[in-house]
Write a protein that binds this ligand. Structure first.
Ligand SMILES: NC(=O)c1ccc[n+]([C@@H]2O[C@H](COP(=O)([O-])OP(=O)(O)OC[C@H]3O[C@@H](n4cnc5c(N)ncnc54)[C@H](OP(=O)(O)O)[C@@H]3O)[C@@H](O)[C@H]2O)c1
Length: 432
């Protein structure tokens, strides 16, 4: 499988696409064929080695994933092979396959836009939890959001409006006024006096960090709360980033001035938190029913990961950045064919004196037209037999190749057809 690797900390040239194998899922884990993941400020910070408490390089980022179940590990039965699920993965999401604990997977409702769904897992859940659980925003309250046009900022805006709040914030996008927000340009500090003259905000949401936390605190009214949730300004301005620890310490130490009546907190989304699964399911339902929409700023293919990082802070559009990894589960099967092509000579290929080992779970992705040529395992079981085994959750490998009898005449045909058929069907240029 292919995956993104940050080989060492540094600029975008440290992002590579590598080929590797993923072990079968351990007990309690499920293996997914990943269709979509996301890129956000934390990816840029992870690449620069400045994300709080992050893994050392080499590492694979990918904060959320959406994909189909490919294999169930021991003890897993909640999902069937082929079910579409999503997960807050934090790492390893920018890969064609991923193993994840079954208990953190959430089914994706039929009919929802998959790009919106994968972005929702992190961006909307973060916004929803900050509004509802961290700040407990009530109808009529004034809230101030840094980065109204951002992935989390935009979600705070729409969820804040649903909550009945008056929304103010910073952005260069004047058009956000049509969504009911009062936008201020962040290139000057006019928003500080404007908010103070209004009497201050009940809640301020700040992903920018050190200096910004002071400014945000200054626009809180008595009884208000400042929710810090990032240290993103250096990633946006391409400056070196100081350690996260002093910024968080400074933010939280403001609580010592209890007589001010203001509070501060730092929010970090966690999939193991009490409300996470419930909130994600609720937001998926709101997405399905059209209560909320999730704008997508840009979509990149896995191979374009460097471009995604380069354009992270430069886009003039609003919303989340999505990485398209595979639109189907045909990746594994296409790679099996590729390996077979590489491992054979032209002569033996024409004779088709080999079969392709593929995982039983991937049999479902074979184009229907090819079924007559399948030959499975040593006993040449028929298609129905194999499909039956797959449905019963059979694991391990089978072999596909021409049926005995057609081998000498049409040996190479099925593989060529298989390859073309997969490419046409999914309109992807897998080079096999
Ligand atoms: N703690 C958590 O649980 C959690 C969860 C999710 C994300 N995060 C963090 O939240 C941060 C924001 O992520 P995101 O994906 O929402 O961001 P994003 O989509 O990249 O949005 C960036 C925003 O910053 C604004 N901006 C750009 N340059 C700026 C500047 N010089 N000063 C002020 N604002 C500027 C942009 O406004 P314009 O478009 O108007 O230029 C845009 O609205 C990241 O650091 C991420 O790691 C934390």
């Amino acid at each position: 499988m292919k995956k993104v690797v940050i080989t060492e900390f540094g600029d975008v040239s440290k992002l590579a696409i590598v080929e590797c194998n993923l072990p079968e899922p351990a007990a309690g884990e499920v293996q997914l064929s990943v269709e979509y993941s996301i890129v956000l400020g934390s990816d840029v910070n992870m690449r620069r080695g400045t994300y709080p408490f992050q893994k050392k390089a080499p590492l694979t980022p990918g904060y959320s994933v959406l994909g189909t179940v490919r294999l169930n590990g021991k003890g897993c039965s909640k999902f069937k092979v082929g079910d579409r699920v999503a997960c807050l993965s934090k790492y390893e999401g920018q890969a064609e396959l991923i193993n994840l604990p079954e208990r953190f997977l959430v089914p994706v409702p039929e009919g929802v836009d998959r790009k919106a769904a994968v972005a929702l897992v992190l961006d909307c859940v973060t916004a929803y939890q900050m509004l509802r659980h961290a700040a407990d925003v009530k109808s009529g309250q004034r809230i101030f959001i840094h980065g109204l046009s951002g992935a989390v900022g935009g979600a705070l805006l729409s969820l804040g409006k649903i909550q009945g709040a008056q929304v103010f914030g910073t952005t260069k996008h004047e058009e956000l006024r049509t969504l009911g927000a009062v936008p201020f340009d962040y290139s000057n500090k006019n928003w500080i006096t404007a908010m103070q003259e209004l009497g201050g905000g009940d809640a301020v949401f700040d992903p920018l960090g050190f200096e910004s936390f002071d400014e945000s605190y200054s626009v809180l009214r008595k009884g208000g709360i400042l929710v810090g949730y990032g240290m993103n300004l250096p990633a946006l301005t391409k400056r070196a980033r100081p350690s996260a620890f002093p910024a968080i310490l400074k933010l939280l130490s403001k609580n010592l001035f209890f007589w001010s009546g203001k509070r501060t907190t730092f929010f970090g989304v966690r999939r193991s938190s009490k409300n996470f699964m419930h909130d994600l399911e609720l937001l998926f339902e709101w997405l399905r029913s059209g209560n909320i929409s999730v704008p997508i700023k840009a979509t990149f293919r896995l191979e374009e990961i460097q471009k995604a990082h380069r354009e992270y802070a430069g886009s003039s559009r609003i919303g989340s950045i999505v990485i398209e990894i595979s639109r189907s589960g045909c990746v594994a099967i296409t790679q099996a064919i590729k390996r077979a092509f590489e491992a054979t000579t032209y002569h033996s290929f024409l004779q088709a004196d080999f079969t392709l080992p593929i995982h039983i779970a991937d049999i479902r992705w074979l184009p229907h037209k090819l079924k007559p040529w399948h030959s499975f395992g040593t006993n040449h079981a028929n298609d129905r037999g194999l499909e039956h085994r797959r449905r019963r959750g059979a694991r391990g490998h089978a072999a596909i190749g021409p049926r005995t009898g057609s081998r000498s005449h049409y040996g190479s045909l099925p593989l060529v057809w298989l390859t073309r058929s997969i490419q046409t069907r999914y309109q992807k240029s897998y080079k096999v």
